[in-house]
Design a protein around this ligand. Sequence first.
Ligand SMILES: Nc1ncnc2c1ncn2[C@@H]1O[C@H](COP(=O)(O)OP(=O)(O)OP(=O)(O)O)[C@@H](O)[C@H]1O
Ligand SMILES: [Mg+2]
Length: 254
Amino acid sequence: MKTLVTANQKGGVGKTSTLVHLAFDFVERGLRVVVIDIDTQANASYTLQNFKADCLASDLFSQNGPASKSRFASLSGNPVLIGSGALLADLERKTLTEVAPIFKSNLEALSDCGFDMCLIDTPPSLGVGLAAALFAADFVLSPIELEVYSIQGIKLMVTTISNMRKANPKLKFLGMVPSKVDARNPRHGQHLKVLHTAYKDLMIPTVVGLRSSIADALATGVPVWKIKKTAARKATKEVRALASYVYQQMEMQS
Ligand SMILES: Nc1ncnc2c1ncn2[C@@H]1O[C@H](COP(=O)(O)OP(=O)(O)OP(=O)(O)O)[C@@H](O)[C@H]1O
Ligand SMILES: [Mg+2]
């Protein structure tokens, strides 16, 4: 099982949207995918509510973790959700040293349950939950917005990831993917150019546009390619291109 985290301490930049679409796309490619929602906002849990396992993300931070094959009976055809819950808030009162090894060993147990891919959605904060996810993961992907507040936060995010790589040397930063990009907004175009110069090796070569069909998809619990609107086609193309790129970078091909 390979583990990917979507991370950015800035809120509303497309972490959950990206993660949910990767989950749907990877399942269609025949992978057995588990999604762990460690954000108390529970946005991924809302969109994937039909695919709930009978355990919660907070269980993965406790010694007697949840992994047993029977809990994940329907492994194929859909992503499996280990959802958020109120207990996750307690995590921020604990230390990373306390919870990181437990979370990591619970992920190893999940791997034994037959999953190929684990996707972890994180909150918009640099807390214990995000750090524990980065400590256990193989890959991290950062959706960004091309607005000034988001750009301001990129340095901190890149530093955080590079610091976590000292504790978890196998962690690979796949890079930043611009999300909610408005092609008609000159500011977005300028910011994209600046980022490609400043972070040449960290920019993913695809973008996801500002597409209302993506918000429609997240609200109705389906991927954007199931939205019956002409406008959903462009969004589908962009999201599929991102998923192909991530799939290749994670070397999922046999
Ligand atoms: N490409 C897009 N085009 C238009 N709207 C989008 C797009 N991607 C996401 N959205 C909408 O923007 C909002 C924020 O997206 P999302 O929840 O994926 O961001 P996030 O980084 O996970 O936010 P948070 O930090 O709060 O968890 C949501 O309401 C979502 O429906
Ligand atoms: Mg989110």
